[in-house]
Each structure stands twice: as C-alpha cells, then as structure tokens.
Design a protein around this ligand. Sequence first.
Ligand code: NAG
Ligand code: NAG
Ligand code: NAG
Ligand code: NAG
Length: 351
Amino acid sequence: MRFHLSFVLPLATLVLAGPFSFPLSNGFPFPDDAALDELFTRAGGNFTNAPLAPRFDDDSLISWKLQAFNEFMEVAFFTQLIANITERVSGYELSPQYEDYILNSLRAIQAQEEMHAYNANDAVRYFTNGSHIFPCTYFFPVSSFDSAIAFAQTFTDMYIGLLTNIQQRTARGLGTDSESIIYVLAQALGQEGQQSGWFRTLQGKHPSAEPFLTSSTRELAFSWLHRFIVPGSCPNIEAIPLRTFPRLDVLTPVRGTGKVVFEVPGPVDSKTQRMAYVNGALVPTVVPFSVVGQFYCGETVFSKIAAEFPFSHNVMHGMTLATVVKSGVDFITAEGVTNATVYGPAVIQVA
Ligand SMILES: *[C@@H]1O[C@H](CO)[C@@H](O)[C@H](O)[C@H]1NC(C)=O
Ligand SMILES: *[C@@H]1O[C@H](CO)[C@@H](O)[C@H](O)[C@H]1NC(C)=O
Ligand SMILES: *[C@@H]1O[C@H](CO)[C@@H](O)[C@H](O)[C@H]1NC(C)=O
Ligand SMILES: *[C@@H]1O[C@H](CO)[C@@H](O)[C@H](O)[C@H]1NC(C)=O
C-alpha cells in the first residue's frame, strides 16, 4: 500500500533548487543568542543545562565531529525539502488537507536537526578550544516528495546506526566517564527513531521496522555521506580523520529475496571476496558473489557483481547495509565488517 501518493497533487509547475549551501536565514551554523532562543521554541525544547561530560578523548572528539558533519547534511536536506513544498516545486505539491500537518512536522524536524548539529558542534568547540566543523554544499538524489521521504528514512536509519556505534565506542573509550555522554546519545537516538517511524508511516510501511535496528560504523556512515557532497565543498572535512571506502551501488531494485546486481568502481575477486549484509540483531550474513560484467570508464574499471539477498530467510526488514569484504574473516558486528570492507556501503530498504 502506497497511500502517500495521495498526499501529492498531480500538477507540474516550476523546477528549481540545485545544490544547497549554508548559512540559513537565522545565521545557522552560527546563530546568535536571539536566533538560538527562536530555535528552541521552534524545536519544542532546549539544550541541556546539565554539567558537561567530565572527560572526552580523541576518539570521542572524532565521533562528535562526525555527528555535526552528518547533522549538517540533514539540516540542508530538510531546509530544501520545506522550500520545495512551500514553493510548489513539481512533484512536491501536497494536497491541502495534508499540507499543514506535513509542513509543520517537517519544520519541527528541521529545527530539531539544527539543535542536534549545533549541540554536536558546540561539544567540538568546547573540547578543541574553539574550532568548529563547517558544513559543505550538498545535492540530494531526489526530485519528488515521495523520493524525498524515502531518502529521509534511509539517512535517518543510517544516523541511528551511527549513533549505536558511537555509543559503543564511547563506552569502550571512556568507561564510567562515558555515562553522561551515553545518556544524551540515547536521547538523540530515540528522537531519530521517532523521525524514521514517521517517514516510514508516510510511505505506508508500519512505523517500527524490526525489533532491533541495524547498526553501522563511523567509517561506513562517513563513506556514504560523501555521495551527497559537492566534491571540494567542505572547508575542513580533513578534521575528521576516518577511512572512506569506494562506493558500492545497487543497480537492480530490491523488493525481497533474490539476486541483486551491484556495481563498484574497481576490480573485484570473487574467490577472495564476499558480499556481507548487516541487518538488525543478526550477526552479519556473508554470501558469495559472481562477476557479471566489467567495463572501463576512462581509466577506471567498473565491475558488476551479482549476489543473493536472503530477505525472507533472514527476515531482513528495515535497513540493510551491504559491503564487499575480504573473505575468511569472521564478523560479529558492523565493526568487524568495516575492518574487512573493500567497497561500500550500499543501503537496501525493502519493508
Ligand atoms: C535555553 O538554553 C540556553 C543555553 O543553555 C540558555 O541560555 C537559555 O536561557 C535557555 N532558555 C530557556 C527558556 O530555558
Ligand atoms: C528539491 O527540488 C529540486 C528540483 O526538483 C531537487 O533537485 C532537489 O533534490 C529537491 N530537494 C529535496 C530535499 O527534496
Ligand atoms: C584547551 O585549553 C586548555 C586550557 O588552556 C588546555 O588545557 C587544553 O589542552 C586545550 N585543549 C585543546 C584540545 O587544545
Ligand atoms: C577492527 O580493527 C581495529 C583496528 O585494527 C581493531 O582495533 C578492532 O579490534 C577491530 N574490530 C573488530 C570487531 O574486528
């Protein structure tokens, strides 16, 4: 059932919006005190006034830089989505009976994401004596309300997976000093879950995908985010010293169990490499792939590979992360998969 289609009027008008760049009209990413006051109101709540974490370490600093980096992309997205709806861009004309509710919800989400980004960048400032992460220029692979909401669900699920990994790393790195950080991360995690549930509902899916959500890693999230950044547009991306992987793209729509064709911008070896899927609470699933094509684009060889996606057998609702991995490694978590990853991640959402 795709009842969300009825949210959109079948009318075409103007097309606009290219890449999105900051600042916003309220000065964000550097709003002044008056703009912050207005922001708390729009977002429905303030920042914490509890004491700061007693200790931070270099690994936590990278995590909070990455959170700011990720949240900037989300703020850019929701700002542009709201503009597309209010300016009645073709594909974004909502039926009058839904428009107010959807726009008001998106405005609250946009403000909440500004708060998340500001809060993360504020932690970065505090623990570096004043340096910030700067946002980039973004472009989004969507051109309709429906595709925008499906994409919003996916990047929100990716961010949930990232926060899960950041919690693990924080606990590992800071021990009992991690308590107040894990507390605030849990508050943000639940909030992102509410958002993902609403995006799923708008698509006619049930709000909660599966009993335990898919986890990710900082490297997989950072690699994936590069897809939506105008190359060279990030003033200080080098302040986030994380590995990135070459991309893995899904070429065939994934609707359930069956063969999926992927593409990577480089060579592959089906004898020493495998496809790994991370979904829910399951230990990652590893399957063989076959090479189904190769072609050159300039100097680069692209490989097409096919692998079975065991959707029904494993019951893989919600987000699945796929990566090409070196074989012969046993994985328990997304971190283990990341250590063996050669290409990825591709993000698959079925139901
Ligand atoms: C919201 O938080 C900010 C920063 O902690 C603080 O300056 C401001 O007074 C708070 N506003 C309210 C209404 O509590
Ligand atoms: C807004 O609309 C333009 C024009 O269709 C599109 O290029 C852009 O990706 C859209 N952005 C969002 C966030 O929907
Ligand atoms: C920030 O300043 C304090 C006090 O001068 C110093 O102890 C600390 O090492 C500085 N931190 C960084 C990341 O430069
Ligand atoms: C991943 O690699 C890092 C760095 O070599 C190592 O510290 C960590 O234990 C590995 N994690 C897993 C789950 O294999």
